[in-house]
Design a binder for this molecule. Structure first.
Ligand code: FDA
Length: 453
């Protein structure tokens, strides 16, 4: 059995950042990864020769943890293409080309949306991302769905729909009836404000040249392949004695501490000996993944730019809720990315492949015209079908769960610590949060003074 200071489960950005932090000060670690690759929900792949970001890609200007790490690893970023007009599809299908940031809706509706954004900005500023469960109205906000809360604030149904989509389809990838207002406020606070969340210039600002997965690949290369073990799903964590023993199908590792750096919906895939306390066994069941399909379509040229369009489009209630220019740095061919969330994603996976492709391309063509119907490469992300993720983008609590259990989500159980972007405060659900919580968890272990003999 190999002996290390810290056994890390999962080679996503969280686990690898934790490993990097620990090895930088001489601690020994092993990182056990179930998949045959590192990066987890960041995955830069080639489909029919075309590079796509199948998973996480965008970085906002306040995400300094990932920006600094990108820099440290010698990588560079580039801004998303956004010059030109945008397209708005109203719920009745009316298509409007517009410039500026505000949706082309009647002035009264826009001022109602601004008012709702203002209320949410105030809540995000007051409640914050670190301990939302401590707010005096946490229980109240956690007991009402974001959908119903919005309709308590405003009688303007379309204003509510326009605001709801930024958190529902746009971030948590669940219907807005399925998560609480406190969860929506956490999402906004983790991005700095609700205004930031609805500002695509901010939230979808930059990408890594060559792809986000390189962040994990370069960290793993620095650690070396004796440290990072691929194809090693962790089956059992035996913490009945000291050291704790972590088992894969064919190897055992002993460590003083363990970091479980996997999304919360996968915690219960591991057998704990003894089993986890009642509290964790219960609340781990209340954090579930949303579901979104990330659609990529590549064309010989970014044809939409010829028509003066940026490639950005929003369609409230439309099959593809958002579409953006996702052309890779320095490429001549143009790439669009679109997102199909929750119940719409269910409906698409229920179709056969040909109908699914046609339906989705028609929905993109509604924004950008008939040329969108004929991509040279087309790809749908399918993280819901991946055993070691089981959804996208990330997990959130069901109604009432955040204020009831959030305060315990970062607590260690004996030598076992849990860490992932999904339980990060700042950078929640983002690679930035993964880097922050990976580093913070490693630092907590370092400050505890534990190490193997
Ligand atoms: P992550 O899930 O990445 O890694 C966990 C690792 O643990 C995986 O490699 C998994 O295989 C492994 N594992 C699980 N169980 C195991 C076991 N029992 N034994 C061993 N290994 C195990 N973020 C962002 O900042 N900008 C963006 O644009 C996007 N967009 C986006 C799109 C899509 C489609 C997805 C799915 C996600 C995003 N994200 C994002 C979110 C971002 O990708 C996510 O927050 C981070 O990858 C989370 O990193 P973690 O390391 O916490 O988990």
């Amino acid at each position: 059995m190999e002996r290390v200071d810290v056994v890390i489960v999962g080679a996503g950005p969280t686990g690898l950042t934790a490993a990097r932090t620990l090895t930088a000060v001489g601690r020994s670690v092993v990182v056990l990864e179930a998949r045959d690759r590192v990066g987890g929900r960041t995955w830069t792949d080639r489909i029919d020769g075309q590079m796509f970001e199948i998973g996480g890609q965008w970085i906002s200007p306040d995400q300094t943890a990932i920006l600094d790490l990108v820099d440290e690893l010698g990588l560079s970023t580039f801004p998303r293409h956004r010059d030109g007009d945008r397209v708005f599809l109203a719920p009745d299908g009316t298509r409007t080309v517009y410039s500026g940031d505000a949706f082309p809706v009647p002035e009264r509706r826009q001022s109602e949306m601004d008012r709702l954004i203002g209320i949410l900005d105030d809540l995000a500023a007051r409640i914050g991302a670190e301990r939302p469960w401590d707010a005096e109205d946490a229980k109240e906000l956690d007991s009402i769905s974001f959908h119903h809360w919005l309709r308590e604030q405003s009688a303007d149904e379309l204003a509510c729909e326009n605001i709801g989509m930024f958190v529902a389809g746009g971030m948590l990838t669940k219907p807005d009836t399925a998560f609480s207002t406190l969860q929506a406020v956490l999402m906004a606070a983790s991005a700095g404000s609700f205004s930031n969340l609805v500002d695509d210039h901010f939230i979808l600002d930059r990408r890594v040249i060559g792809g986000m997965q390189q962040v994990s690949e370069l960290m793993a290369a620095d650690l070396g392949d004796t440290v990072v073990r691929l194809n090693s799903p962790v089956r059992t964590i035996d913490w009945s004695g000291d050291p704790v023993v972590v088992s894969t199908d064919d190897a055992q590792f002993a460590g003083t501490d363990v970091i479980v750096a996997v999304p919360p919906n996968l915690y219960s895939r591991i057998t704990y000996v003894p089993h986890l306390p009642r509290l964790q066994q219960v609340f781990h069941q209340h954090q579930s993944m949303g579901l979104v399909i990330k659609v990529h379509a590549t064309y010989p040229r970014p044809f939409w730019r010829d028509a003066g369009l940026s490639g950005t489009g929003f369609g409230v209630g439309h099959l593809v809720q958002e579409v953006y220019d996702n052309t890779n740095h320095g490429e001549e061919q143009g790439t669009l990315v679109g997102f199909i969330s929750d119940v719409n994603a269910d409906a698409m996976w229920a179709l056969d492949e040909e109908d699914r492709k046609r339906t989705i391309l028609e929905a993109i063509a509604d924004f950008l015209g008939p040329e969108a119907l004929d991509p040279i490469v087309f790809h749908l992300s399918d993280f819901g079908a991946e055993e070691w993720t089981r959804g996208a983008y990330a997990t959130s609590y069901d109604l009432g769960g955040l204020h009831r259990w959030g305060r315990y989500q970062n607590d260690p159980v004996g030598p076992i610590r849990f860490a992932s972007s999904d339980i990060a405060g700042r950078g929640y659900q983002h690679v930035d949060g993964a880097v922050r919580i990976g580093r913070a968890t490693a630092e907590t272990i370092l400050s505890s003074g534990h190490r193997s003999d």
